[in-house]
Design a protein around this ligand. Sequence first.
Ligand SMILES: *Cc1c(COP(=O)(O)O)cnc(C)c1O
Length: 386
Amino acid sequence: MSEASFRIPLSVPHMEGNELRYLAECVRTNYVSSVGPFVGQFEREFAAFLGVPHAVACANGTAALHLAMRLVGVEPGDEVFVSTLTFVASINAIRYQGATPVLVDAEEATWNLDPGLVVSEIERRARRGTALPKAVEVVHILGHPAHAEPIAEVCRRHGIPVVEDAAEALGATYSEGPWAGRPAGSIGTIGCFSFNGNKIITSGGGGMLVAGDAAATGRARHLSTQAKEPRIEGESWHDEIAYNYRLTNISAALGLAQLECLPGFLARKREIARRYDEGLADLPGVGLPPRAPWAAPSFWLYTIRIDPWRFGRSRQEVRQALASRGIESRAIWVPAHLMAPYQGLPVLGGGVAERLFAEALSLPSSVGLTPEDQARVIRAIRELVP
Ligand SMILES: *Cc1c(COP(=O)(O)O)cnc(C)c1O
């Protein structure tokens, strides 16, 4: 069954605010490319939502991550620690700089990179005097914040920058500890976000890079616009080799309208999660999504775990059964260390990520999912219980 024909899709955009009005303004004013007022406005409102001083709108989340790697000085020969259980863009951004990703296993509690492995490996290297990672990239998958406090602590002690890939976690927050009330993506040296079509808000395609340091965001903006330096009026000088990574005014217009809706979207994601919890919690062999006591997840994609022995069917069988009823669901990513382009990279563990991959299934989670459609999804899963 092709994706377009799913009656209940996994995650589709939801437009209910000023999208058309702002887009029409782009056309009316002739500001459609990167020069235009919505770009700056989107950046300012995004930074305000996140509680950070500076943000740079990028062409997509992958571009933001690539800029982040360059900003923290990642170069060929360097190593960057990153989760093996993530979308490939997290890892590709490191490879774009010619550096070596060290693929770290997931932890059971959050499905994000295991802080114990990161801390012990950095301490081991520090004791032996061998090279430390140039950066640690903390990915917050599926809308659940990573257990990043021990990672941030060891990185602070050893002067290692932390880059956050918060592409899937916009609006997820820490609820306890030193970061209580602060959103994922706002705690590291640099944070990156995505506004791809299936993320919680979309700008068609787009991304954002945030940092507390104005020098970093200034440089990110410079690198995203071909490093153009107006040395002499009327002449185009470029002071280094850079990129065309800036967001367009059209995308920013869409992104801004969506951002205005984000608090409502988050409330609906959490409502969807609550209804799934109620509908599925009693099923033997079905694990509900991770929920650490110190976190307020956004439930970007509500993802369950299916124990094939206890549930009586595998994740793949459940996916197929849902598809035959017009319901789209999806496995999470193949752990990177199992895929051809990343084989041979250094790994720390990997077994937890492999088990999660085998068992995890994301269920329809669109902001616009109606209670009736959601009840159909829940019923379809319950009917599979032998
Ligand atoms: C979506 C996503 C990205 C990349 O964002 P794009 O805007 O699609 O380039 C990066 N990392 C993760 C974890 C993602 O889910």
